[in-house]
Design a protein around this ligand. Structure first.
Ligand SMILES: Cc1cc2nc3c(=O)[nH]c(=O)nc-3n(C[C@H](O)[C@H](O)[C@H](O)COP(=O)(O)OP(=O)(O)OC[C@H]3O[C@@H](n4cnc5c(N)ncnc54)[C@H](O)[C@@H]3O)c2cc1C
Length: 400
């Protein structure tokens, strides 16, 4: 008999796992509370395909080592899922890392760390398969004159690192189409997942209970609910191990009237914000202290309402002011905006503390992945950038 699988959550993780499992012959049902797949964090983020540079304040190289395999294969894994190349939806140039005066890591420490990470990349067998060929990956310090011309007084150093980002809204639409086209996947939307409990049968099946009280039996369950994951794990008999942090971050997405040459840049680490230029007209802009709307170490964090009207305009003005002080050229993008969207998403991370605290273990991100209880699998996605790769590994484990 064909095994029935419930995939909880239609973000990048749930969608990718579902497609892989259906292609391996399993009967897959995807459940999500939203009215469309890919509506949450996987749509509203900056899409950095991490190589580890941003975690330069991790005193070890553990984060870079953990992020590399999935990041280097992101384009391959995504192509396998959606059947399309990413060309035209990837930032064109190396990322500019701007070191803030109040950074938790000094320019010297970051420079040494960046060099070590570049070495890890060059030695990796998949270095040539990233969004650009990284067989000769290098982080290069930006000369002082060039830095002064581009950045405000609080920026004390800068590096160019060969990292790229993808336009997540474009990817979200492609994955939504791929999910709909996959025979063997049934997508049920507007469904709240309330609990998962073991059903007392010899084959170890699971009952998935919905918000309306109905329960359905599945042979395998994959919990990919991200911000909603932990309460369901508890019902399935998996107690999460503290500490963890839920955060809700809000950002600005701008489409300009004409092409703009603003480079993709970020301010690190501690004071944190960034600008992504995906194709000359579509931009992502964030300033972490303004955009961090809620934070909690509880099992779940409720999403604040998406602002509209004056509240959205005030938010955009605050992000603009903070970024302009550090990267004056961003004004060009705000001034030429054809459309401005304010949206946010959840971030879940093992660890606790604040980004401006050098001792916070949020500076490392090497503790995510899959936990199991029989045929119940719960996935801490960790990063968008590694999700398609991790999904493929998990599907392989489940379907053989
Ligand atoms: C502002 C921001 C910037 C980020 N930048 C990056 C970056 O540059 N690079 C990177 O690698 N990562 C980044 N991330 C992290 C990245 O977005 C996430 O790791 C990734 O999208 C999580 O994917 P997911 O499929 O697990 O979760 P989601 O996409 O959130 O999918 C989970 C789904 O579960 C559904 N759900 C939850 N609870 C329930 C329930 N009880 N019942 C029914 N449905 C439910 C939700 O509706 C949602 O559709 C960023 C995140 C944010 C918010």
């Amino acid at each position: 008999m064909t095994r029935r699988v419930a995939v909880l959550g239609a973000g990048i993780m749930g969608s990718a796992v579902a497609i892989h499992l259906a292609r391996r012959g399993l009967d897959v049902t995807v459940l999500d509370r939203e009215s469309a797949p890919m509506s949450a964090a996987s749509r509203w983020n900056e899409g950095k395909i991490h190589l580890g540079y941003i975690y330069g304040a991790d005193p070890t190289l553990a984060t870079a080592r953990h992020l590399l395999p999935g990041g280097l294969l992101f384009a391959d894994c995504l192509r396998e899922l959606v059947g399309t190349e990413l060309h035209g939806h990837v930032t064109a140039d190396d990322d500019i890392y701007l070191v803030h005066r109040a950074s938790v890591a000094t320019p010297d420490v970051l420079g040494a760390k960046f060099e070590a990470i570049s070495g890890l990349i060059r030695e990796h067998p998949d270095a040539g398969r990233y969004l650009v060929d990284l067989s000769d990956a290098r982080a290069r310090a930006i000369p002082p004159d060039e830095l002064r011309a581009m950045a405000g007084d609080d920026i004390v150093a800068g590096f160019r690192v060969p990292e790229r980002s993808v336009e997540t809204r474009w990817v979200a639409d492609r994955l939504t189409d791929a999910l709909a086209a996959e025979r063997g996947v049934t997508v049920r939307l507007g469904v709240e997942v309330a609990a998962v409990r073991p059903v007392d049968t010899p084959d170890g099946a699971w009952g998935v209970r919905q918000g309306d009280g109905t329960e359905e039996r599945f042979d395998v369950v994959v919990n990919a609910l991200w911000n909603g994951r932990l309460p369901i794990d508890v019902t399935a008999g998996l107690a999460p191990e503290p500490p963890w942090t839920h955060r809700y971050r809000q950002c600005v997405f701008i489409r300009t009237r004409s092409e703009r040459g603003l480079p993709s840049a970020l301010v690190a680490v501690g004071p944190f914000g960034d600008v992504k230029n995906y194709n000359g007209r579509d931009f992502y802009l964030s300033w972490y202290p303004v955009g961090l709307l809620a934070e909690s170490g509880e099992l779940e964090l409720e999403a604040p309402a998406v602002p509209t009207g004056e509240a959205a305009a005030t938010f955009v003005a605050r992000v603009r002011a903070a970024l302009e002080a550090l990267l004056p050229a961003v004004s060009d993008v705000f001034d030429d905006a054809e459309s401005v969207t304010v949206h946010g998403g959840h971030v879940f991370a093992r660890g606790a503390g604040a980004l401006d605290d050098p001792r916070s273990d949020l500076h490392r991100r090497d503790r995510y992945g899959v936990q199991r209880r029989g045929s119940y699998f719960t996935v801490d996605t960790g990063k968008y950038s590694t999700a398609p790769w991790l999904a493929r590994e998990l599907a392989h484990e489940i379907a053989g």
